[in-house]
Design a protein around this ligand. Structure first.
Ligand code: SF4
Length: 397
């Protein structure tokens, strides 16, 4: 997201900052490193205090009740005028076969054609916002991704560019493109040791590790490094992860890390499309049953409006717009950008009616939302956008 365009933020401080996994990592990562790890350990300890989970669960229930809707309604109204971010799933193909992801079950695979992409970007740039590549598939599998990234450079209204990748194809051919075009890189790394990594992700650990180190080293050499974040959701414990030699290597570079052991119940059920209980059983993770007051449990029952309907527009590779980033199977299309404009879809009948249902606390009347633990209350919009609906400079979406 940084470098050639001055209106985009850059990371200038050294080293890593450890962030809370459920919060969004800052793009400008200050040097926190060891303190970050200590803070994380402390927070982990606080969460184990007797009745912490219960009290936190109660806090969420009260804050997400309709009593506090007024606190976010005005901001939501502004966001309804224009999508503050475009989540472009430029391809739904993925080389990895992660054991917690239903992507391998997808059958209608493809990549976004350049003509369609240009139409979408030309339209979006009239008002602009954040462009984020990747959600259901691996964006680096899109053979035209370099061209797509470079195309964005002519639009000063594009405030930020992000990519979410598993890093397998993040090789020496694409790294310069990412760095020179100021693309913030969010890496789904997950596991740190070879055996576990290859067991759960079904791809080569050595390739990914080399690519990551190459990226971090190249980024460190730049006067305006791009933000790099790692998502680590792991079968290992927090302590094992913090002591892992690869963690220590990453930690010595400019980046942030969102670290969550899987027994914190971080895996999603993909709006009911993924057999999460089966996965938990297979891998001997029993937190879903043991932690009654876990946030994912709460998400299943929370009737607060879901942040997704205001947070971003999720665009499938074929130009169709789906309701949210849980809709991997495109079960709830809300428009199509091959024919319609972004404004028409964002303010159109389908999304407007869905938002009305959410605000009326009728989430469970929307089929895809009935069994979804990705749901987050619309109060989370405050984590990503300011009161005018502008994206915060220092955050990945
Ligand atoms: S509740 Fe789930 S399925 Fe419904 S909009 Fe939110 S994330 Fe999507």
């Amino acid at each position: 997201m940084e470098s050639s365009k001055t209106h985009r933020p850059s990371v200038s401080g050294p080293a890593l900052r450890l962030v809370e996994p459920l919060e969004k990592p800052p793009l400008n990562s200050p040097p926190v490193s060891r303190q970050g790890a200590a803070k994380k350990r402390l927070k982990n300890w606080v969460k184990k205090i007797p009745f912490f989970q219960e009290v936190d669960y109660l806090r969420r229930k009260v804050y997400d009740s309709s009593l506090f809707d007024f606190a976010v309604r005005e901001q939501a109204r502004k966001l309804e005028q224009w999508p503050p971010a475009l989540l472009l799933d430029v391809t739904n193909r993925c080389n990895a076969k992660c054991v917690w992801c239903p992507n391998p079950d997808l059958t209608d695979l493809g990549s976004m054609k350049m003509d369609l992409y240009r139409k979408i970007i030309d339209d979006y740039s009239t008002r602009g916002g954040v462009v984020h590549f990747g959600t259901f598939g691996e964006p680096l599998m899109d053979k035209t991704l370099r061209e797509k990234i470079e195309y964005l450079q002519k639009f000063p209204t594009i405030k930020r560019v992000e990519i979410l990748t598993n890093a397998f194809f993040m090789n020496e051919k694409i790294i310069p493109t990412l760095l020179e075009n100021s693309v913030a890189v969010d890496i789904s790394l997950d596991e740190l040791d070879r055996e576990t990594f290859e067991d759960v992700k079904k791809m080569s650990y050595d390739v990914v590790r080399k690519n990551i180190i190459d990226l971090l080293q190249a980024n460190d050499r730049r006067s305006h490094p791009v933000p790099v974040n790692f998502r680590i959701k792991t079968l290992k414990t927090m302590e094992e992860t913090l002591e892992h030699e690869f963690f220590k290597i990453i930690q010595d570079h400019r980046c942030t890390i969102a670290l969550t052991p899987l027994d914190n119940n971080i895996i999603s059920n993909w709006a009911g499309r993924f057999d999460k209980d089966g996965f938990m059983d297979r891998y001997g993770i029993d937190s879903d049953k043991a932690v009654r007051f876990n946030h994912k449990r709460f998400n299943l029952t929370n009737t607060a409006p879901c942040t997704q309907l205001w947070k971003w527009m999720v665009v499938y590779w074929d130009g169709s717009v789906v309701v949210c980033c849980a809709d991997m199977f495109s079960s709830t299309p809300v428009g199509n950008l091959t024919e319609d404009s972004i404004k028409d879809v964002w303010g159109g009948t389908v999304l407007t009616e869905l938002r009305k249902k959410m605000i009326a606390r009728q989430r469970f009347e929307i089929p895809i939302c009935q069994n979804c633990d990705i749901h987050l209350s619309w109060h989370h919009l405050k984590n990503d956008y300011d009161s005018n609906g502008e994206p915060f400079q220092g955050k990945f979406l």
